[in-house]
Design a protein around this ligand. Structure first.
Ligand SMILES: *[C@@H]1O[C@H](CO)[C@@H](O)[C@H](O)[C@H]1NC(C)=O
Ligand SMILES: *[C@@H]1O[C@H](CO)[C@@H](O)[C@H](O)[C@H]1NC(C)=O
Ligand SMILES: *[C@@H]1O[C@H](CO)[C@@H](O)[C@H](O)[C@H]1NC(C)=O
Length: 326
């Protein structure tokens, strides 16, 4: 069966995108590598539809723009500069989140976890999540709220109870379990981080091969009590059975009591080429007076929306490190 074949028909009358329930169902059924043909396979696509679809498709576990042979071209360069740039941004966003995606696939392989995950899987006690098929998560923490309707510059998304952060800015939302109206201009796909996560991201480049050597940026979304955790599974991206043959790195990130610790549980040469360049902490309630990296003073910035950022770290991913603030 062709994995791309999940509700990939364009609906020209409504110009609406197929919502992602097919993708979520496949993930529940143990087939995580799935995604519809971005911009639609049969019938003509249209610019706005194709942009919104590319943004959603950047979060399909399997992404490809795929067209039928007798249809008008639908690759990014055939559209206006605005559309092209929005599509490029969403693909670069996917590449930047690749360390997270790769780690989730590792979990799918070893534990049968979902990669694209319905909200109900993470919030089983919140019955309001049961019917949600227009939003989903990557793993347990990154919530995607795509625009699926034409002609709108906003989207309504449900936020289960707790603390959420705008992925891009770190602005926090304290939800009682409510629907929120979010700005969604054509260039923007809404992404939110649930409290308590550390997400490894990577400066993107033109291909994954090039990207995979780029420096990491760790984004931590602190919970009310200031804690967070996350992990990274990394290998050469090509060899098979790297887990079974010990050819992988596994690194665990923990934030507790104003200290991030990176612990190398399993080392591999692939990790020693990569540096951790930046770390951002969302939800640092008071401006720190001092930040130390492996006990050495480090430069930092702090924004009024409670985001602490430490840059120019140059830390070797193969070595344990700590970042602390007081
Ligand atoms: C992309 O990769 C090229 C080749 O390795 C490098 O010269 C360039 O600086 C990279 N771009 C970014 C934005 O990191
Ligand atoms: C790094 O952290 C791991 C896990 O805590 C530990 O087993 C290992 O000994 C540490 N490595 C070094 C060089 O301290
Ligand atoms: C990173 O650390 C590893 C393990 O200590 C070492 O083998 C490697 O050479 C280091 N990489 C760089 C770029 O210094």
């Amino acid at each position: 069966m062709e994995l791309g074949l999940v509700s990939n028909h364009v609906s020209p009358q409504s110009l609406s995108l197929p919502p992602p329930p097919g993708m979520l169902t496949f993930n529940l059924l143990g087939v995580p590598l799935v995604g519809a043909d971005v911009c639609g396979f049969s019938e003509q696509t249209e610019e706005e539809l194709c942009v919104r679809w590319t943004q959603l498709g950047a979060f399909y576990p399997f992404t490809r723009n795929h067209n039928a042979i007798d249809q008008k071209p639908q690759d990014p360069p055939v559209f206006s500069p605005r559309a092209r740039s929005a599509m490029k941004q969403s693909l670069l966003l996917r590449y930047s989140l690749f360390p997270l995606l790769y780690t989730l696939f590792h979990r799918a392989h070893t534990h049968g976890h979902t990669v694209a995950r319905p909200l109900l899987f993470e919030f089983p006690k919140d019955v309001r999540t049961y019917g949600i098929d227009r939003q989903f998560l990557w793993g347990k923490s990154l919530m995607v709220t795509p625009v699926l309707d034409p002609g709108v510059d906003y989207v309504v998304g449900y936020f289960p109870q707790g603390l959420w952060y705008d992925y891009y800015t770190g602005d926090s939302i304290r939800s009682k379990g409510e629907e929120l109206r979010l700005k969604a201009p054509l260039e923007h796909i809404n992404l939110h981080l649930r409290e308590g996560a550390v997400v490894p991201t990577q400066r993107p480049n033109t291909t994954l091969f090039v990207s995979s050597g780029q420096p990491l940026h760790l984004v931590s979304s602190l919970s009310e009590d200031g804690s967070a955790g996350g992990e990274l599974f990394w290998d050469d991206g090509e060899s098979i059975d790297t887990l079974e043959t010990d050819q992988y790195a596994h690194i665990v990130f923990t934030v507790v009591k104003n200290t991030m610790t990176s612990e190398v549980l399993h080392d591999h040469v692939e990790a020693s080429y990569i540096t951790v360049e930046t770390a951002s902490f969302y939800g640092v309630k008071a401006e720190p007076t001092r930040v130390t990296v492996n006990s050495q003073d480090a430069a930092f910035s702090y924004r009024a929306n409670q985001v602490l950022t430490v840059t120019d770290l140059g830390l070797n991913l193969s070595q344990n490190f700590t970042i602390s603030w007081i």
